[in-house]
Design a binder for this molecule. Structure first.
Ligand code: FES
Ligand code: FE
Length: 441
């Protein structure tokens, strides 16, 4: 039976001033089928998240196709900590803290570019793109205890790569990236790459950004929430139906055969293959008519017939990698926490190598149509995040109810847990990992 979230109003309030410093209190904020809205609004919890989650987890920093040549760089963040994602003159990819080792200024404020060296504007210390300190103005006033070798840009404590996706962790110790992703999340990343007939993707089409006045977790959870599709995005679906003759509602109904899966460690994915929508998300409509069969044959040769059929049935991943990376349709999405009530989202379209140019153009146009500044979809989501944030101010009943499909999940042989597409399994799995990390000793 559906219990209203309001049924909790008579229970003692688990949250209030002064509780944020007690991690064990977090356990009461995330329950099996509901979450306390303080999780999205309390600045002290946000501060704790930065250290307990963003400075502990593996965080996606960039894709190696963004920095193909020595000196290429991107400025990125891990939580709120600034880093340089850079390919050094030796060809190695590094993640370096974007902080001058003299007095802490950013050494680079450009979002992207190529540089042989980075010169801090404050006093002029200069670093190679490998991080090595090579220039200190008027060095004669330092004594011998100041050795340049000791003052290179600091590398992130751990950096690891999975098929071109670079992750970094600010924690010197912890699970490896391999353990953190696990085979199921890695399989979702594989889809993004393996739908290319040559097994390569390019993330060089640029970045577009949006921001909203709300908590970062609203976007993480929303990225794998299918329950909202037909309601919140109704106007977009209407336009698609009227202009293209395609009814996109089937995926997000309560009887949709599509599936949502918890992959472990807070990672969540949709499996849309049961919808039978062959090549639906790949953008192939724009390709020459005879291309589809040739493409399928290429996939069969690379992956065998069974996996090839699965790839063109999926045709794109839709996966949330805890806590803030999403691969969705033809994009990589990085969710950046700015403040408890401010979030930036960076979207990077993914182009496929080995396909007709028209197909990649179609991917970009499709991306813009839903996610772009004048698109019809992402704007809906941003609006609702801000309405949630406003709504959370009403605290007579502070609970957010996530009970849809609760208790009806099924275990799968691969270790995942599955529910019907519109179940709130994604939020429950994401928040269970949040709780685990926030309460860890
Ligand atoms: Fe960078 Fe002084 S802070 S050179
Ligand atoms: Fe949405």
């Amino acid at each position: 039976m559906l219990r209203a979230a309001g049924s909790c109003t008579d229970e003692p309030r688990p949250w209030g001033p002064g509780r944020a410093t007690n991690p064990s209190a977090y356990a009461t904020l995330v329950q099996d089928d509901r979450v306390h809205s303080a999780v999205y609004t309390d600045p002290a919890i946000f501060a704790d998240e930065l250290s307990r989650i963003f400075e502990t987890c593996w965080i996606f920093v960039g894709h190696d196709s963004e920095i193909p040549n020595p000196g290429d760089f991107r400025t990125r963040t891990i939580g709120r900590q600034p880093v340089l994602f850079v390919r050094g003159r030796d060809g190695a990819v590094r993640v370096l803290m974007n902080r001058c080792t003299h007095r802490g200024a950013l050494v680079c404020v450009e979002e992207r570019g190529a540089a042989a060296r980075f010169t801090c504007p404050y006093h002029g210390w200069t670093y190679l793109n490998t991080g090595e300190l090579i220039g200190v103005p008027y060095a004669e006033r330092y004594d011998d205890s100041m050795a340049k070798e000791d003052f290179g840009l600091r590398p992130a404590p751990r950096v690891a790569d999975y098929r071109g996706f670079t992750f970094a962790s600010l924690a010197a110790h912890g699970p490896s990236l391999d353990e953190f992703l696990g085979p199921l999340a890695k399989a979702e990343i594989d889809i993004a790459i393996d739908v290319s007939p040559v097994g390569r993707i390019g993330v060089a089409a640029g970045v577009h950004k949006y921001g909203y006045n709300g908590n970062w977790k609203l976007q993480s959870e929303n990225s794998v929430d299918a329950y909202h599709l037909n309601a919140l995005h109704q106007s977009f679906l209407d336009i698609v139906r009227d202009q293209m003759g395609v009814d996109g509602r089937a995926m997000g109904t309560g009887t949709s055969p599509a599936v949502i899966r918890s992959l472990g460690n807070g990672h969540v994915a949709w499996d849309t293959a049961p919808l039978g929508m062959e090549l639906q998300f790949i953008g192939s409509d724009a390709a020459p008519a005879d291309w589809r069969e040739a493409y399928k044959q290429q996939l069969v040769e690379r992956h065998g017939p069974e996996h090839a059929r699965y790839l063109w049935a999926r045709s794109a991943p839709q996966v949330l990698i805890f806590p803030n990376l999403v691969l969705i349709s033809s994009q990589i999405r990085m969710i950046r926490p700015i403040a408890v009530d401010r979030t930036e989202v960076h979207l990077m379209p993914v182009l496929l190598e080995g396909v007709p140019e028209e197909l990649n153009q179609q991917r970009l146009r499709g991306h813009e149509a839903f996610y772009g500044p004048s698109g019809g979809g992402a704007t809906d989501d941003m609006e609702i995040f801000e309405r949630q944030t406003e709504g959370f101010r009403a605290t007579v009943d502070p609970w957010v109810y996530l009970g849809r499909g609760f208790g009806r999940e099924t275990g799968r042989p691969d270790g995942s847990t599955a529910g019907q597409m519109t179940d709130e399994l994604g939020s429950r799995a994401f928040l269970a990992q949040w709780k685990k990390m926030m309460t860890a000793a």
